[in-house]
Design a protein around this ligand. Structure first.
Ligand SMILES: [Zn+2]
Ligand SMILES: [Zn+2]
Length: 141
């Protein structure tokens, strides 16, 4: 099952698609037709939305959530400091570790340099390069 997220250029609507078979991608708000995606689409194909072929991989990780976990760990560590002394910092350590594991097991998603379309659950996402700022300047409109 492939998932695609794309913010429409014309109206700014954030479209989310899920497909099990061929699907015609249409903006939910302005009915802009982006094209048809096939279920065997991969990162060697052109981007459905901008026809370019340059993708990078990014962890599909909620950084705000990650930050909240660390903050919670810090608050708990301070709360328990009276009782356990420096030992309470173990709590913070455990929470950091949890955060790290969460990040580690979060899957990569592929993102188009040019139009920021997100392609999720496509094979070989690990082979994509990491985000590179110079590439972004080259490819972004
Ligand atoms: Zn639109
Ligand atoms: Zn694109």
């Amino acid at each position: 099952m492939i998932k695609i997220n794309y913010e429409c250029d014309d109206c700014g609507k954030f479209n989310q698609y899920t497909l099990n078979k061929e699907l015609l991608l249409i903006c939910e708000k302005c009915n802009n037709k982006f094209g048809t995606i096939n279920i065997d689409w991969n990162y060697n194909c052109n981007c459905l939305f901008c026809s370019k072929k340059k993708f990078y991989k990014r962890k599909n990780f909620n950084q705000l959530f990650g930050l909240l976990v660390i903050i919670l760990g810090g608050v708990l560590a301070i709360t328990f400091y009276d009782k356990y002394g420096p030992l309470s910092y173990l709590i913070l350590f455990v929470f950091s570790l949890f955060d790290f594991m969460l990040f580690k097991f979060t899957k990569y998603i592929g993102v188009c340099y040019s139009c920021s379309a997100e392609y999720i659950n496509i094979k070989d996402v690990d082979l994509l390069p990491d985000f590179d700022h110079h590439q972004l300047e080259m490819y972004q409109k």
